[in-house]
Ligand binder design. Structure first.
Ligand code: 9MR
Length: 319
């Protein structure tokens, strides 16, 4: 008699969706960490290793090593890979920062950068965060962020980036990724209007990435409806950087709430056909940076790599 495979990992439960994690090269020599990556997830992304200044700190000098190792590891474990990211206002190498105000030169280096990186990974990346966090972070968040790119190249830099990436790797799904756009609000309304305009103009934008770095209790009630409205434009949607932090120290009550919040976020994606998956921004508190002072313990696994109750809750709903 055939005994069916016991389904005990997140990825076993998620046949139709990408269940991903950001992977850090800090964990490369940590056997337990790497084992969980390959066992639990069917998709990966580099936490930092494909950012511009990490890949090409000085002009024309590329260091692909860590990104290649992570991409190869994922391929060996039958995982898909998201590329993060071509253009972000942070992690821009100095040589490009110096081109502030120099439109023609900056245009050229941006184009060359996207061409090189998309070309290097061509065929290995199913989706790229072409631009990251281009909307203003301040309330009302409905303006383009002031950055090297928007200042020097104008809003057209976004459209141009999509066209360049598409020309190099026509099979990759191209995303605009941001935070604060998970709810229906001014910022997501602005994004909605922008992508609608690009679609009408034939810009090869295929997806919207919602980062989803939430404080406990703040997963928006409108998350699913918001995912749905973008998908109705004919776009894929992905939750790209999920984690749920709480105010330290933790407590059983906070862990319970965190469990509900993780389940809520995953469920919102599962309920919408064009939501292609959920990527968590790291999976263990061991390598997780605290970016919100006083808050932490935001990942699905503890510092000693034990699954928190949220893992079981997510498995249950993925079924
Ligand atoms: O998690 C990343 C951290 O290790 C880096 O120091 C930081 C700066 O490069 O970027 C973090 O990842 C960010 C991601 O690239 C974009 N969205 C916000 C993420 C968390 O800050």
């Amino acid at each position: 008699m055939l005994i069916s495979k016991i389904e005990c990992h997140l990825r076993d439960h998620a046949k139709q969706k990408y269940i991903g994690t950001a992977i850090t090269s800090l964990g490369l020599n940590d056997a337990k960490y790497m084992e969980i990556v390959g066992q639990e997830f069917n998709s990966g992304t580099t936490e930092n290793e494909m950012k511009w200044s990490v890949l090409e700190s000085s002009k024309g000098v590329y260091n692909w090593t860590n990104a290649d190792i992570l991409v190869d590891y994922a391929r060996k474990h039958n995982m898909s890979f998201r590329g993060h990211t071509f253009l972000w206002h942070r992690r821009v190498p100095d040589y490009a920062m110096k081109l502030d105000g120099n439109k023609s030169e900056l245009n050229k280096v941006v184009h060359d950068h996207i061409k090189s990186v998309a070309g290097h990974f061509k065929g290995k990346i199913y989706a790229w965060d072409v631009v990251n966090e281009v909307l203003n972070e301040n309330d009302p968040g409905d303006k383009l962020r002031d950055s090297l790119f928007s200042r020097t190249l104008g809003v057209e830099f976004i459209e141009q980036a999509f066209r360049t990436a598409h020309a190099v790797d026509p099979n990759a799904k191209l995303y605009i990724n941001d935070y604060g756009i998970e709810a229906i609000n001014n910022k997501s309304d602005a994004l909605y209007a922008m992508v609608k305009g690009w679609l009408a103009a034939g810009v090869p934008v295929h997806g919207v990435g919602m980062q989803a770095h939430f404080r406990e209790g703040s997963v928006p009630a409108s998350l699913q409806e918001n995912i749905q409205r973008f998908s109705h434009l004919g776009l894929d949607v992905a939750i790209t950087e999920l984690n749920i932090r709480y105010k330290l120290p933790g407590s059983q009550e906070k862990i319970n709430k965190q469990t509900q919040d993780y389940a809520h976020a995953f469920q919102a994606c599962m309920n919408v056909e064009r939501c292609v998956g959920v990527t968590v921004w790291g999976f263990t508190d061991k390598y997780s940076n605290i970016f919100d002072k006083g808050y932490g313990e935001q990942q699905l696994w503890t510092v000693d790599c034990k699954p928190k109750p949220a893992v079981a809750a997510v498995k249950k709903l993925l079924k």
